[in-house]
Design a protein around this ligand. Structure first.
Ligand code: PHE
Length: 357
């Protein structure tokens, strides 16, 4: 504002003004600067107004315009800096008020059971009131328990090395391909007490291995829950009633079961068991592929050879057995289309599974 009518000290002060404004780091300093430039009394602006009053008439117009321009320039700069400082103060106070020193510190994230383990626990709880306890067996099994004891003959394709994981140094050992070898172990272990206890019943949850390529519905490692009951005069009707009860406990009162004949060497007769789709109630949906039913189990009456192998007299005792795929149930209930999600340990997925069963 190089107007010759303006006093030189005002021109100098005005030149230094933008730097001073920028140097104000709090609102109080800015207010002091504001007072000095545009305040009512004693400010540069006030002195300029005095000057205007006493100026000769012919200069008033030019001088007045110059003074106004200066004042506008100053006020503009003050206003914009004031906005910045107020914004900064707001940010500071909201941060400060978000921190409450009386609150307990945030807790570290808790660990939790994997959804597949939770589902297996749930299945155990469903069968516990029926008198089933949990039997355990190793994942590294003998050929005897995994095959021979289950009436699976030497030439059965499941025994080929292209179907089952064997150990090069220990040809009699393998990774169990189902939880059924726990039938053999449990029957052998409990055979001496069978008379005293009036029978045998247990559940065997665990991990199993197959030579499958990984894809959305296959994995070389997955989980099964085996169930076995032995008593006097046990028939298909007992199996049917037990599974109908369990599926209702698991999926709700609307759940129903359907039996289709099938073949497993260790049961006779053998069947596959479908559950009425718990998601659509049987009307047909994506999960049951429109059929209204989902295949969940293999089952049947324990083959007499299996009982005899374990030292139990099949002319006195009979029983039923079933085996279900845990991932399959989990995928159905959660409508998860890809099995691999359960093994990838993405916590967002695992947490999502949290409340499902
Ligand atoms: N072991 C069988 C499987 O892995 C399932 C099954 C268990 C079938 C018990 C009948 C009885 O497919």
């Amino acid at each position: 504002m190089e107007n010759p009518l303006l006093p030189s000290e005002v021109i100098e002060a005005s030149a230094a003004f933008p730097g001073q404004v920028a140097a104000c780091t709090d609102l109080d300093a800015l207010l002091r600067l504001k007072g000095a430039f545009v305040g009512r009394e004693g400010s540069h602006a006030a002195r300029l107004m005095e000057l205007l009053k006493t100026a000769p008439k012919e200069q008033k117009r030019d001088l007045g315009a110059a003074i106004n321009a200066l004042k506008n320039q100053w006020e503009e700069a003050l206003k914009s800096r004031q906005g910045e400082l107020e914004e900064a103060r707001k940010r500071r106070t909201s941060l400060a008020s978000a921190w409450d020193p009386d609150l307990p510190p945030p807790l570290p994230a808790h660990g939790a059971l994997h959804p597949l383990n939770r589902l297996m626990n749930r299945l155990v709880e469903v069968f516990r009131p029926l008198g089933y306890h949990v039997e355990e067996g190793p994942e590294v099994e003998t050929e005897g328990n995994n095959f021979d004891g289950l009436n699976i003959p030497e030439d059965h394709p499941a025994r080929s090395s292209s179907d089952t994981f064997y150990f090069a140094q220990h040809p009699e050992l393998l990774l169990r391909c189902h939880t059924s070898p726990v039938q053999v172990r449990g029957l052998k272990r409990l055979a001496p007490q069978i008379e005293a206890k009036g029978g045998i019943r247990f559940l065997a949850p665990g991990r199993v291995y197959r030579k499958d390529e990984v894809d959305p519905t296959h994995s070389p490692m997955f989980h099964q829950v085996e169930g076995l009951l032995v008593g006097r005069g046990i028939g298909m009707h007992h199996l049917k009633g037990t599974l109908a009860y369990a599926m209702k406990a698991l999926f709700g009162e609307g759940a129903d079961v359907r039996f289709r004949p099938s073949y497993f060497p260790f049961v006779e007769p053998g069947c596959e068991v479908d559950v009425r789709c718990p998601l659509c109630g049987g009307g047909g949906c994506r999960v049951c592929k429109g059929s209204g039913w989902v295949e969940l189990l293999g089952a049947g009456l324990v083959h007499p050879n299996v009982l005899a192998y374990a030292g139990i007299d099949p002319s006195v005792w009979s029983g039923f057995a079933f085996g279900m795929g845990v991932e399959r149930i989990a995928m159905m209930v959660s409508q998860t289309p890809d099995l691999r999600l359960f093994f990838e340990n993405d916590q967002r997925f695992l947490n999502e599974m949290g409340g499902l069963y």
